[in-house]
Write a protein of this length. Sequence first.
Length: 261
Amino acid sequence: MYNNFGGDFRFRVAWESDRGLVRTFNEDSVLIDANLGLFAVADGMGGHKAGSVASRIAVGTLAEVVRQEQTHESDAMVLLNKAILAAHRAIMAESVVNPDCEEMGTTLVAALFAQRGSVVIGHVGDSRAYLIEQGTIEALTQDHTFLAEWLKNGQITPAAARTHPARHGLFMALGIDDAIEPELKSVPWSDNACLLLCSDGLTDILEEPEILRIIQAADSIESACEVLIGEANKNGGQDNVTVVLIGQAPGGHHTVSRSCS
């Protein structure tokens, strides 16, 4: 059965979101709900109307569905998929009735901690999840971008991909297409693991080895968030950037640290 992040679960959560140095508004939204064991990052699509509205609807609907259904739904993967699809429909519905929100969209990456020893990851778009454990960093998601497909098929090199003009071209996002197919997976979770959720404002700037180095060098996940945001801005700050770090907390207390600008 589905279990929330209460009882004997021990964890620490830190997050930070920043508009960067170029954008006028921060269109990223964050969901932190330790009681539900639910965490998410949504990146409202730049260049579309009301990206911030879309990202807020996404995380709000996600939390609402999980909260309502968690006592009835025994399969956490099914539950998270249901919540993501509901978020998609809510964004589509708002874009129909509100002319200011026409064609708005957002990416979404979410983590739902279910049975002890596992976490379910769901995503649509190019916000990412990484597992940091035993000195390694593992990507848990693959971007829903044309560029990611080209990389997978060997049509472009990683070096060329980082500056390719089509690197932000999404083929799937919440609120844009009539039908979406969220990708979901269950990942083993240990007491020594750390989970990173982030918008592409981070990964467009910092490569995975640098992200790992910063997290390993930090004396806390709070300071790691600050350094990751700082490095993204130091290297141009071209986009909004959001990071969420989830790890086990010493002493067994639920601890949440947050910052937003």
